[in-house]
Every structure is written in C-alpha cells, then in structure tokens.
Design a protein. Structure first.
Length: 86
C-alpha cells in the first residue's frame, strides 16, 4: 500500500472480485485522499465493501480531484452507504 501512495501515474485501478472488505476500502480511501493520486477510474465491483467501505470511499471522493469513474456494484451496500455518496 505504501508504494501506491507514491504513485503519480496510475490512472485505472481494477480490483473487481477481490473480496475487499471495509478495511481494504479504508486503505484505498487513504490513497484517494493523497496529493499524488491521479486515479481516474476505480473498479471495486463484486467485493465485500458494505456500507462502511462505501462511507470510507465516499469521504475520500470529496477530497479527490482526479477520479471521474467508480464502480462499486454488488458490494452489499444499502441505503446507509448510498446516502454517503449522495
């Protein structure tokens, strides 16, 4: 994860179907908030993020200036998590 924080060239991160839980989402959120993050597309479909992971990602998105696409379908995200994105 620490090397990812230093990456200034990564544009697409595809982590679909990797059994990522809310802890993984917290780590990804840390990257998204970093000043080196140039990520434009994040794919997290078919994981186990849940509402708590959605909350971490949603909060990070508000600080991110480069992300234009995110896919978090099929993550057991309910109304609470969806509200965080709104």
């Amino acid at each position: 994860m620490e090397h990812l924080l230093e990456n200034t060239t990564l544009k697409v991160l595809d982590l679909n179907a990797n059994e990522i839980t809310f802890k993984g989402c917290e780590a990804i959120a840390k990257y998204l908030k970093g000043e080196n993050c140039m990520l434009e597309s994040l794919h997290l479909a078919n994981n186990k993020c849940s509402d708590y992971g959605a909350k971490a990602i949603a909060q990070a998105i508000s600080a991110n200036k480069s992300l234009i696409h995110i896919d978090m379908t099929y993550n057991d995200i309910n109304d609470l998590g969806l509200t965080m994105f709104a």
